[in-house]
Ligand binder design. Structure first.
Ligand code: NCD
Length: 315
């Protein structure tokens, strides 16, 4: 495969399928009592996180450890970045220790692409600003595919704060790559600029009417977190009004089940319960939220395997 994973757009349908197939094998390891493969022995994987994270960081760390890599976590707050060191100096310093892989999360869109030009290590984008989060899209596709089978032709709604969501961007790309039908639902104030032309070019449907979309019987509904930490102004009048228009409430959960009894619900986490998703929806039998977390480790193992080990194993 390639050396870096920076954008979901880098991956062809065949590459996505290969990664998901490897993830299925890696998922088996999770069921074992002894969760250890020798695959990345002697390799060093650095988690470099300038933004907070629970799921992504720990799952990359677990993925590396289960494959016997030496994994190290560095956060913006505890590193020399807090002393004013530039991102370039920080990553070149780490790279000078001959590490094999840098997994980076940063508040600036484009940071991972930039870092990839500065270092010899493989770079994985674990979220760059409001831009992309390719491993999240892979784990979401994996989770849905496990439940629903092939995603080609499946109707998947992505709902909420599209303006601030890197999860939505990567998901829309990967889901289209796999041939799914994608409908984006958001209030007009939370639509990113340029979305119309992207939607036209890539065949994404746009809607501001969640009830209509739910009535159309989507196979999956992916709720996005309202990212209040990235909002400087008022993107909606009150939280209550947001929920009334765009929350997956108990009533909407029922409407979804009526329209498509098999429909599933996803959320990348962390959830704002009571805002974009009700407790009934988050904890429903059709909610895949914890399956997504479990898939996160398997998918990240697959990514590390293909970036760092696959060619050697084949050789
Ligand atoms: C997302 C992120 O950080 O982009 N979380 C995650 O990685 N699971 C989504 C979010 O913060 O809302």
């Amino acid at each position: 495969m390639r050396r870096h994973l920076l954008s979901s757009a880098d991956l062809s349908a065949d590459e996505v399928r290969m990664l998901l197939a490897t993830a299925a094998e890696m998922h088996e390891v999770q069921r074992r009592e002894v969760k250890k493969l020798p695959t990345l022995r002697g390799r060093t994987v650095i988690n470099l996180f300038f933004e907070d994270s629970t799921r992504t960081r720990s799952s990359f760390e677990i993925a590396g450890k289960w494959m016997s890599a030496d994994t190290i976590n560095i956060t913006g707050k505890g590193s020399s970045a807090s002393k004013g060191e530039s991102l370039r100096d920080t990553v070149r310093t780490i790279d000078a220790m001959a590490v094999d892989c840098l997994i980076i999360r940063h508040m600036a869109s484009g940071a991972a692409h930039q870092v990839a030009q500065w270092v010899d290590a493989s770079v994985v984008n674990a979220g760059d600003g409001t831009h992309e989060h390719p491993t999240q899209a892979l784990l979401d596709a994996y989770t849905m595919q496990r439940r629903m089978g092939d995603l080609a032709g499946r109707r998947i709604a992505i709902v909420g704060d599209l303006t601030h969501s890197r999860v939505f961007r990567s998901n829309a790309i990967t889901l289209r790559t796999l041939g799914a039908e994608v409908v984006l639902v958001a209030p007009p104030t939370l639509l990113p600029s340029g979305i119309d032309s992207w939607a036209r070019a890539d065949g994404l449907e746009l809607s501001a009417e969640l009830d209509e979309v739910l009535a159309s019987g989507p196979d999956a509904v992916m709720m996005l977190r309202v990212q209040r930490e990235r909002m400087s102004g008022g993107f909606f009048p009150t939280p209550r009004e947001y929920t009334v228009g765009f929350g997956l409430t108990r009533d909407r959960l029922r409407a979804l089940a009526d329209a498509n009894p098999e429909a599933v619900i996803c959320h990348p986490g962390p959830m704002n319960r009571g805002l974009e998703i009700s407790a009934d929806a988050a904890d429903a039998a059709r909610s895949l939220v914890l399956d997504q977390v479990s898939a996160g480790v398997a998918v990240r193992m697959a990514v590390l395997y293909h970036l760092l080990a696959a060619e050697e194993v084949a050789a």
